[in-house]
Design a protein around this ligand. Structure first.
Ligand SMILES: N[C@@H](CCC(=O)N[C@@H](CS)C(=O)NCC(=O)O)C(=O)O
Length: 197
């Protein structure tokens, strides 16, 4: 398996983290993001959206970090990380959607503005961050993991941009349940980090 990757990308980190946690080897293909390698013809052949991460596994080329987490969990039969019963699978999927929507448009966008200079509405991103962080903190008040009393790919999908909130000027100080959840993820066997986490 090959992972087209950027070290500072939380979406790429999700995949690196999960592969480390399930102890699966892969080849890292660093992408020269600053010089726009993700938009060149070869990259567009792999992903028409011009985004990373991209996972290549034999004949299969996959984009989107959430889809890649699902693929890896199924490929390696890790039903502990992504269960197969209808209700449990859907419970986990709810949070994959949150990673792609509320977290992407909240703390991720705030970080893109502050750290990478993206021209976007940072006040709106910070307001969205407060909303999702409050919901998440309340959700975690009576449980250790997002669903199912065990870590799943839901936790992995949501973790990076929540843990990187400070890089978008969003403090986690008011959210003690989230801070404890972050500590639990960091304590998982084989956990790997990324800059600023
Ligand atoms: N939904 C995608 C989003 C991927 C994404 O936005 N990747 C960023 C790097 S973190 C990217 O490649 N951005 C390039 C661009 O938007 O032009 C995922 O979860 O993987």
């Amino acid at each position: 398996m090959e992972l087209y990757d950027l070290e500072l990308s939380g979406n790429c980190y999700k995949v690196r983290l999960f592969l480390a946690l399930i102890e699966q080897p892969y080849t890292l293909r660093p992408v020269d993001f600053l010089n726009g390698e993700h938009k060149n013809a070869e990259s567009i052949k792999r992903n028409a959206f011009g985004e990373i991460p991209v996972l290549v596994d034999g004949d299969l080329t996959l984009r989107d970090s959430q889809a890649i987490l699902i693929y890896l969990a199924r490929k390696f039969a890790r039903t502990d990380w992504y269960p197969t019963t209808a209700a449990d699978e859907a419970k986990v999927a709810q949070w994959l959607m949150v990673a792609e929507s509320e977290i992407a448009r909240g703390p991720n966008d705030a970080r893109l503005h502050d750290k990478f200079g993206f021209d976007l509405d940072v006040d709106a991103a910070r307001a969205k961050s407060s909303r999702i962080l409050t919901i998440l903190n309340d959700h975690l008040a009576d449980r250790d993991w997002l669903e199912l009393d065990q870590p799943t790919i839901a936790d992995i999908a949501c973790f990076p941009y929540i843990a990187l909130s400070h890089e978008g000027g969003v403090s986690l100080e008011p959210y003690p349940e989230i801070q404890s959840w972050i500590d639990r993820i960091k304590a998982l066997p084989n956990f790997v980090s990324m800059p600023a986490i």
